[in-house]
Write a protein that binds this ligand. Structure first.
Ligand code: BTN
Length: 256
């Protein structure tokens, strides 16, 4: 482990840089199962993940040395386990805050926590929580962000990188530091109980919020308007059949 010059209170103050690992989330999980306690805010980053994991057992692909793939260790023990979506909001807002300053307002959060630029995916977040009773005890916040990769596998559609937007490369170390700073800022707002602010900002940055678009629900194409997210993190979608509360497996975004 090495110290660095991040201007943060704790996120990234302890930074482990690996050239190759299966998955930074899995590595962090293994570290936690060792007896020595980890400092909150520890960041594990890797140049290359051999088995990067995405949501719902998907793989996370990233070209060697071109992008950011890292995990942050947090201890949100102030949060009730059934309010864990609040953490998703804070993390996705932190990343969005940072990216908007670099690539502009077209950077959005696609529910639940994908990082989008216009209608293409730039990054994803995989949060793995460890609960104790009713409370969240620890969280492994895995972040994958396409930064300097120019071309993507043909199997992946609608993917974009920071450098695709800027037309030039962006310094990975600098971006990591900026993201750690903005994630910490949002995490501290969460810790301070600023839930209304986080909700307001999340909705304001939400991809397709209050716009009519097509969705697939139960093999049917329906028109819907996103109205928000409920406390359990389900998508609130207004359709001709009324307001639906949907989880990730129940709804797919259709790109017309
Ligand atoms: C998604 O499916 O959109 C979430 C992708 C999360 C990928 C990141 S890369 C760093 C961390 N380690 C992993 O194995 N996954 C997350």
């Amino acid at each position: 482990m090495q110290n660095n010059t991040f201007i943060t209170l704790f996120v990234g103050q302890s930074l482990v840089k690996l050239s190759k690992v299966d998955s930074t989330n899995s590595y962090l999980k293994k570290l936690l199962s060792n007896s020595k306690p980890l400092v909150e805010g520890t960041v594990i980053m890797a140049d290359h993940q051999l088995a990067g994991r995405g949501q719902y057992s998907n793989k996370w692909e990233s070209e060697d040395g071109k992008n950011l793939t890292f995990s942050i260790y947090l201890k949100p023990s102030f949060l009730n386990a059934n309010h864990q979506f609040e953490l998703n909001k804070a993390i996705s807002l932190g990343i969005n805050d940072c990216l908007r300053a670099i690539i502009g307002d077209d950077c959005k959060i696609k529910w639940p926590n994908d990082i989008y630029y216009q209608d293409q995916k730039m990054g994803g977040i995989l949060i793995e929580n460890i609960t104790k009773g009713y409370l969240l005890k620890e969280s492994i916040v895995g972040i994958g962000l396409n930064v300097n990769q120019i071309e993507f596998s043909k199997d992946l559609s609608r993917v974009i990188s920071v450098s695709n937007v800027l037309g030039k490369e962006y310094d990975l170390q600098k971006l990591l530091m900026l993201i750690c700073e903005s994630v910490e800022r949002r995490y501290l707002q969460l810790k301070a109980g600023k839930l209304e602010l986080l909700e307001k900002d999340y909705l304001q940055r939400m991809f397709r919020f209050e716009d009519k678009h097509s969705y697939e629900i139960g093999n049917q194409k329906v028109a819907g308007i996103i109205k928000g997210v409920n406390p359990a993190g389900k998508l609130l979608l207004k359709t001709d059949d009324g307001l639906k509360e949907l989880d990730l497996k129940e709804v797919a975004f259709i790109f017309d």
